[in-house]
Ligand binder design. Structure first.
Ligand code: FCB
Length: 453
């Protein structure tokens, strides 16, 4: 079996760097009856929305098997676990707290800590309670206030036991894919609404931050964004301009307001009526200092000009993942180096997600996923290269611990380092999990030896 390794002098081998695995609530939890329905339950019930017509009602039954899953995480030798909280498992429609739901996360956090695993919590990974969608969802400013209330409940309950709180995961997806491209819940296609949803999501982040800091002053507080470096399909000036517009529209639209308090100036491309409504004071709230930026990285994207706008050109040259994504590890380094150059206050970084889906086959209780081992090896080196280039890299989380519900792709995509047999809910370590496990355990053993000296 292939091995994963890093240069001996790599900072990623020191105790200051955090290694972990990641999941999200809707994708693994199941136990849908014990929480409020979310927009993803509604979306899954609509014909044609999900590739295999599946849903998240059962998923990996993590709520049932969470103790075993924590054992599994501990067996990997990681320092940390990143998971998200299902808003509707904690907050009832009438605004009261679902005590049993909250207790689930308290027990999870306590058990992780007992095993020496640092909890990294994401408060919103796309599963908006349907009762808030019924009031307009992310097009209603009030949703941002409700998010801050919910964030406060979580910080009061978990406090400094949590190593880091991320307010949102990939607002690009909850705004653009959900309200503008129509491929994620709630499935709306409207440019202005996409921009408006992004603004209220960022506002939610800004309103939540002081509440989180108040109740968890020792934890780190930040947000998770996804970046895909944007390349032009040809040297033609209009394609180069299209790639630049895409970078502004998909990447900077979320990062720039957080770091500088303004949206990219797209007056040449966006109609005035497509711009979001912004109230006085919003941008100050949004641009409060953050302790870290979580970055999810998977691939790069190539664009060409189409009808005065940008259009992505799907890659065709293998090797591609089963998502159809190009494997482009250097993009992780390139995009972060470029962003650091653009912002004087570029924060410390955790890679909060990175991984790949392949056509895994379970044979004799084993999955020989060499391509995934290669993927991790190359991307870990890309993180190492970021450090060499002067970026403040704090950690790396593999996406994902388990195969799970991959949104509009249903269960057709397997991103786990651990295989899930959905019929039996058995978890089986793929070769990639074994390779990472041996890398992580060796690192931990070496750190202990250093400690002892
Ligand atoms: C990211 C999501 C995560 C997962 C991966 C493959 O955009 O944050 O939930 O779906 O993609």
């Amino acid at each position: 079996m292939k091995k994963i390794s890093l240069p001996q002098h790599s900072k990623m081998l020191t105790p200051d760097f955090v290694f972990g695995v990641a999941t999200s609530s809707f994708q693994i939890e199941g136990a849908a009856n014990d929480r409020e329905p979310s927009i993803w339950d509604t979306f899954c019930a609509e014909p044609g929305r999900i590739k295999d017509a599946s849903n998240g009602l059962v998923a990996c039954e993590h709520v049932k098997h969470w103790r075993d899953d924590v054992e599994l995480i501990a067996s990997l030798g990681v320092d940390a676990y990143r998971f998200s909280v299902a808003w509707g498992r904690v907050m009832n429609a009438d605004g009261s707290v679902n005590q049993a739901g909250l207790q689930f996360y308290i027990d999870l956090v306590d058990t992780l800590i007992n095993k020496g695993i640092a909890p990294h919590v994401t408060l919103y990974h796309w599963d908006l309670p349907q009762y808030l969608q019924d009031q307009g969802g992310w097009l209603n400013r009030e949703t941002a206030q409700r998010f801050a209330d919910y964030a406060e409940v979580m910080a009061k309950a978990l406090g400094n036991k949590v190593a880091s709180y991320a307010t949102l995961n990939e607002p690009f997806c909850s705004a653009y894919l959900s309200y503008e491209a129509g491929i994620h819940a709630p499935g709306v296609k409207n440019r202005q609404q996409g921009r408006q949803a992004a603004h209220y999501l960022l506002l939610a982040h800004g309103l939540a931050l002081p509440r989180l800091r108040k109740h968890a002053p020792k934890a780190e507080h930040g947000i998770v964004l996804n970046f895909s470096p944007c390349f032009a399909a040809t040297d033609a000036p209009e394609d180069i301009a299209a790639a630049k517009l895409a970078h502004n529209y998909h990447n900077l639209w979320y990062l720039q307001p957080l770091l500088t308090g303004s949206y990219p100036d797209l007056r040449h491309a966006l109609q005035a009526e497509d711009m979001p409504t912004i109230s006085a004071g919003d941008m100050e709230l949004i641009s409060q200092p953050i302790d870290f930026l979580g970055v999810n990285y998977y691939t790069r994207t190539v664009f060409r000009e189409k009808n005065g706008w940008f259009s992505d050109v799907p890659p065709t040259t293998p090797p591609l993942t089963t998502m159809g994504w190009e494997i482009y590890p250097q993009g992780l380094t390139e995009v972060l180096v470029d962003l650091k150059r653009s912002f004087t206050n570029f924060p410390p970084i955790y890679i909060t997600e990175n991984g790949a889906a392949f056509a895994d086959k379970l044979v004799n209780n084993a999955v020989h996923d060499e391509a995934r081992i290669d993927y991790y090896q190359q991307h870990l080196l890309a993180v190492h290269n970021c450090i060499e280039a002067g970026l403040d890299m704090r950690g790396y989380f593999a996406w994902s611990l388990l195969d799970n519900f991959e949104w509009a792709e249903g269960y057709t995509q397997r991103f786990g380092i651990v295989y899930v047999d959905y019929a039996t809910q058995q978890r089986i370590l793929k070769d990639s999990a074994k390779a990472l496990q041996s890398f992580w355990r060796n690192r931990a053993a070496q750190l202990q030896t250093v400690d002892a000296v």
